[in-house]
Design a protein around this ligand. Structure first.
Ligand SMILES: NC(=O)C1=CN([C@@H]2O[C@H](COP(=O)(O)OP(=O)(O)OC[C@H]3O[C@@H](n4cnc5c(N)ncnc54)[C@H](OP(=O)(O)O)[C@@H]3O)[C@@H](O)[C@H]2O)C=CC1
Ligand SMILES: O=C(O)C1=N[C@H](C(=O)O)C[C@H](O)C1
Length: 246
């Protein structure tokens, strides 16, 4: 059966790529392309069953709420999902248990594996720092992928009983050590020529391990987005990441 798909943020960098990918995918029908200023009611008028949101962190929760209220499943790629925001999505869904919302900080398979490998490595190393590098049009810092990676590393360290990292600095210029997310230092680089990149640097006496992923093209996110669109309708409630679909 064909799935009727609407895209929010359709004129953006990701939205345009998603519209192309949905149009080219078997069994998906692109029925609505919505951007800033367009009414959300165009989604219901077009009979969208799944909406894909690649907008911005300021508006995404309102969009999700509106879609959930209408009984439309949502695939969310927009960044900024802290644990607190995920909890807000869970409470939106409480009144609509049949609706599925999938929030993925990163749809690229390499990035998903990078996060899994980092989670696995975390307990073996005293130190861990994240360096994320993106194009300069990105509105937020740190990236959603870096936030999620920090959460995963922190949780793995806590369950292994590891204490604080041996990283105290006596004298530092503000910001020199990056931001601290769940106890993990995160450094954000913005530069022309970049798309989306991240490395995690682990260290313990005598050795370091670097895990790095590079998205050189937004095409890297599309297989994950299409998989999520096909799956979200059969996954009521909140799903975080595409890992359970792989
Ligand atoms: N999960 C993943 O794998 C990935 C996630 N992302 C995330 O996706 C998001 C979008 O990234 P990107 O495409 O580069 O950003 P863009 O700024 O290129 O695109 C966002 C689009 O959404 C539009 N928009 C803003 N508000 C609304 C609204 N209320 N309703 C509908 N459309 C709206 C914007 O319009 P206007 O410009 O007029 O404001 C713009 O056209 C970011 O949060 C980014 O971090 C990006 C890549 C991969
Ligand atoms: O804005 C981007 O470009 C990206 N955003 C996501 C994030 O914040 O992690 C995913 C990817 O890094 C590209």
């Amino acid at each position: 059966m064909t799935i009727r798909v609407g895209v929010l943020g359709a004129r953006g960098r990701m939205g345009q790529e998603v519209c192309r990918a949905v149009s080219a995918a078997d069994g998906l029908d692109l029925v609505a392309q919505i951007d800033q200023g367009d009414p959300l009611t165009a989604l219901t008028e077009a009979g969208a069953q799944v909406v894909v949101d690649f907008t911005n962190p300021d508006v995404v929760l309102d969009n999700v709420q509106w879609c959930v209220d209408q009984g439309i499943h949502v695939v969310v790629g927009t960044s900024g999902f802290t644990e607190e925001r995920l909890a807000q999505v869970r409470s939106l869904l409480a009144g609509k248990p049949e609706v599925g919302v999938l929030v993925a900080p990163n749809f690229a398979i390499g990035a998903v594996l990078m996060m899994e490998f980092a989670e696995r490595a975390a307990k073996y190393f005293d130190s861990a720092e994240i360096i994320e590098l993106h194009h300069p049009q990105k509105v937020d810092a740190p990236s959603g992928t870096a936030l999620r990676t920090a959460q995963l590393i922190a949780a793995a360290r806590a369950s292994a009983g590891l204490g604080e990292m041996p990283d105290a600095t006596k004298d530092e210029i503000d910001g020199a050590r990056g931001a601290t997310v769940d106890g993990v230092r995160v450094h954000s680089v913005r530069s022309r020529g970049l798309v989306a990149h991240q490395e995690i640097l682990f260290g313990t006496p005598g050795e370091t391990l670097t895990i790095r992923h590079d998205s050189f093209d937004r095409a890297s996110f599309m297989p994950g987005v299409v998989l999520a669109v096909r799956s979200v309708g059969s996954r009521p409630g909140l799903t975080v990441g595409i890992n359970p679909l792989l």
